[in-house]
Design a protein. Structure first.
Length: 193
């Protein structure tokens, strides 16, 4: 079945997004699934798969969350982002951690698990914000806070992180313990090498 306007490969659609092609989007979605043009992810949520020589490619986590959260702000966080900071963590989760402004809970979408939390986060998170987020979840990342503080001191000393932004992110998003540890790292980073 070919739609008047082709579905965009890699995009995730809600049933109501299909109204532009059919007056009965539920039945239309079912036909597109039967034709292999859509793959169901959850009730009312479908992916238009990209094709590769190895078969269909699932949509990105960002695309799934864009559709699932209906365009409201969100940020993907967790081990992938924390490990990329170079602070010595090597955590892994089976569930993608997502901060957002709409929903909380654990959801399975297209065989992937997402843990959604309604918490405050910046619109465009910087590495410094992810550092604060890592401190907030040190136990889940199997990281010792004292070790993190020592490595953070070195990272600031090596100018891999902006001290002013790090301080601001800790003040706005960190617990008292995180604020104290970031302050200690910033203070220690100005000492003798």
């Amino acid at each position: 079945m070919v739609t008047e306007q082709p579905l965009e490969s890699g995009r995730v659609y809600r049933t109501r997004d299909l109204v532009r092609w059919s007056s009965n989007p539920t039945r239309f979605a079912r036909r597109l699934v039967e034709a292999g043009q859509l793959q169901p992810l959850a009730h009312g949520l479908f992916a238009a798969p990209k094709r590769s020589r190895f078969g269909p490619v699932p949509p990105t986590d960002e695309e799934v969350m864009r559709a699932f959260l209906d365009g409201t702000p969100f940020v993907l966080t967790g081990p992938e982002r924390w490990n990329a900071l170079g602070l010595g963590t090597s955590a892994t989760f089976a569930t993608q951690l997502v901060y957002n402004t709409k929903r909380s809970g654990e959801f399975t979408l297209g065989r992937r698990r997402f843990l959604l939390r309604r918490v405050a986060f910046p619109r465009n998170p910087s590495p410094e914000w992810f550092v604060v987020d890592l401190f907030q979840h040190a136990e889940q990342a199997a990281a010792d806070r004292n070790d993190l503080t020592a490595v953070l001191t070195q990272a600031v000393r090596q100018r891999r992180l902006d001290p002013d932004r790090l301080h601001a992110m800790a003040e706005e998003y960190g617990t008292k313990d995180t604020q104290a540890r970031v302050a200690a790292a910033l203070h220690a980073s100005t000492g003798a090498a």
